[in-house]
Design a protein around this ligand. Structure first.
Ligand SMILES: Nc1ncnc2c1ncn2[C@@H]1O[C@H](COP(=O)(O)OP(=O)(O)OP(=O)(O)O)[C@@H](O)[C@H]1O
Ligand SMILES: [Mg+2]
Length: 330
């Protein structure tokens, strides 16, 4: 295979600059930042799963600041209504006016998405899928870019509403945020703090040059357009397309799997593989790019058989089995 010299390095460069911008505040966030850039570049959304206190909120906040993007955080609660997200019509000076909800932003941190009932979850998922919301019969477009970073706690406790598979399928990637290695956790203690609060958060500077805060949002839209253009221009050979599709289709035939990955998953895997190639500074997709992103693209879409779950077989094991079953193109 030829190795065309990448004419641009927008994706790789954005990722590197993002990493540098957040270093004063967060350690060990490489996987999350990779996912963030991949999702931004292809217009997908990120699901973060991890126990409390693993910097899920902090990374999303810091990365949004570094992009110079508008950022909103919504704590999902059992009593939340769809209109708390999308907005409502209110009377203002005797006239009915639209008061936009927090969904009108660039980066929306949907914290603890599984603590809200299905009706509110689907309002968010509709916004994610359509890039628009309908309030009182009027359809309103969301901002561009619009990136949802949703978090959920892996431990299901009383009063949670696990996202149905159909809704999980809409997330481009699911990143499992675990405990950092000892030396990384140790370096976390050296970050600047005042009491409990990380003090450097306010110092995270946008990686896109902008004069006024108002222009910053235009800059992030321009950056997103450039990221998208670079990803779209990434070469994907027939062999690699066959390869990634074979992995997706194999998940449907594994004995441990009840419901395998959807055709939508194949599209997501292709787009994420292209973005991963660019992250590595390459203009073509290699089988390794596919293998690298397959776990985070596929793990949340597989429903395992109860017997397999009892044997502690995990979705990642199923993804690994599917990868192992498909010959790598040469
Ligand atoms: N990797 C890390 N780098 C820097 N600080 C960290 C890291 N992990 C945890 N912390 C510290 O822990 C605090 C809590 O992090 P954060 O609120 O982002 O966790 P969370 O994963 O969102 O938790 P929850 O699930 O409870 O919302 C941070 O403010 C920071 O001080
Ligand atoms: Mg949090």
């Amino acid at each position: 295979m030829t190795d065309p010299t990448p004419e641009t390095l927008v994706v790789a460069d954005t990722r590197a600059r993002l990493g540098r911008a957040v270093t004063p505040v967060v350690v060990g966030a490489d996987h999350v930042l990779d996912a963030f850039v991949i999702a931004l570049a292809v217009g997908g959304h990120v699901l973060l799963e991890g126990v409390p206190g693993t910097a899920k909120t902090l990374v999303a906040d810091a990365a949004a600041r570094a992009l110079g993007a508008r950022f909103r955080r919504v704590q999902f609660t059992p009593d939340m209504l769809p209109s708390d997200l999308t907005g409502t019509m209110t009377m203002r000076d005797g006239e009915l006016a639209f008061r936009p909800g927090p969904v009108f932003t660039n980066v929306l941190l949907a914290d603890e998405i599984n603590r809200t009932p299905p009706k509110t979850q689907s309002a968010l998922l509709e916004a994610m899928g359509e890039g628009q919301v309908t309030v009182d019969g009027t359809t309103r477009r969301l901002a561009a870019p619009f990136l949802v970073v949703a978090t959920q706690n892996p431990i299901e406790y009383e009063g949670t509403y696990p996202l149905p598979e159909a809704q999980l399928d809409r997330f481009l990637v699911k990143v499992e945020v675990g405990y950092p290695p000892a030396e990384v956790e140790r370096s976390m203690l050296d970050l600047r703090r005042s009491g409990l609060a990380p003090t450097a958060l306010g110092e995270v500077r946008p990686i896109v040059a902008a004069e006024a805060a108002g222009e910053t949002v235009g800059a992030v839209a321009d950056l997103t357009t450039a990221l998208r253009a670079e990803v779209d221009a990434t070469t994907l050979t027939d062999e690699v397309a066959d390869y990634l599709l074979a992995i997706v289709r194999t998940t449907r035939n594994l004995p441990a799997v009840e419901v395998g990955a959807s055709p939508r998953a194949a599209v997501h895997l292709m787009a994420a593989s292209r973005a991963a190639a660019r992250l590595a500074g390459r203009a073509y997709v290699s089988p390794d790019d596919v293998v690298g992103v397959a776990p985070m693209v596929l793990r949340h879409r597989l429903v395992l058989r109860p017997e397999a779950e009892l044997e502690r077989f995990r979705p990642d094991d199923a993804v690994a089995a599917a990868i192992a079953a498909v010959p790598v193109p040469r």
